[in-house]
Design a binder for this molecule. Sequence first.
Ligand code: ADP
Length: 317
Amino acid sequence: MSSAIDVRGLHKSYGDKRVLDGIDLNVAEGTIFSLLGPNGAGKTTAVQILSTLVTADAGEIRVAGNDLHQDPEAVRASIGVTGQFSAVDGLLTGRENLIMMADLYHLGRQEGRRRADELLEQFDLVEAGQKLAMTYSGGMKRRLDLAMTLVGSPRIIFLDEPTTGLDPRSRHSMWQLIRELVATGVTVFLTTQYLEEADQLADRIAVLDHGRLVAQGAPDELKRLVPGGHIRLRFTSPEEFALAGQVLPTAVPNQDALVLQVPNDGSVHSLRALLARIDDASLDVDELTVHTPDLDDVFFAVTGQPTTSDDEKVTSR
Ligand code: ADP
């Protein structure tokens, strides 16, 4: 698969402060990549650099096959950016906002209107399209903002915290729209503070902390990095449970429930090893379940800070 974004050795400082301290990352075409990190980690700066708004101090960066340093125009032509601060003009209707974007892209009068109506349909804003954008709910505004980003049919879209502050229903509809976009072959570079968002959407996640990538991988790979994963074995008889306890001395027993928790990273290899031990001892297991830690555990393990609750995040902005 070819790369939509390829970054080697990206550095950026503001004064004495190193905001990005040697970042390497690769995003495959047609996938969702999530840059996850606490406030101040450098996520927005990374998006600003990759979308040509801010220059890097050092690093080799290719976006949509173009060298960002040598050919920023070509990069700009292939990307769309939806920032935390919406480009929506409240004094125009949704449709007028889209047509304004179409004019910026020189789509031509007829094609601009056609594209605007197509996007209103796609983003479930047909009725709202006739109303002033300042009357829109937060979720509708974000949808319009994303629709405006798509007017120029970009191949790569940067979404900087696209659902911060949205209610759960609007957040889910945004996720659905993002999935549909990717199904059409678009690549999405998403920044978020919400672990669940990265877990739901991303093919790959990179965790940024103090300007460095402290972990990178598929959501499931990251979850396997942290302790806390285990296999839960349930038995039907106390005798079998006691025998299993001897065969698996590292397991944590729960006598009342006849359950053993065996520490395990959830990989196929370690699961197979456990099954072999169960087989060798002819243990009669009633039920076996695999428990992988969630991304909150990963986040804590790699950044040393717990994630803040949704409420705190909303009010802190
Ligand atoms: P995030 O998006 O992860 O919250 P940012 O990229 O916005 O992080 O910021 C990372 C750090 O860089 C912060 O400490 C911020 O204060 C600093 N920073 C960002 N932009 C500038 C700027 N234009 N001038 C000086 N410092 C900046």
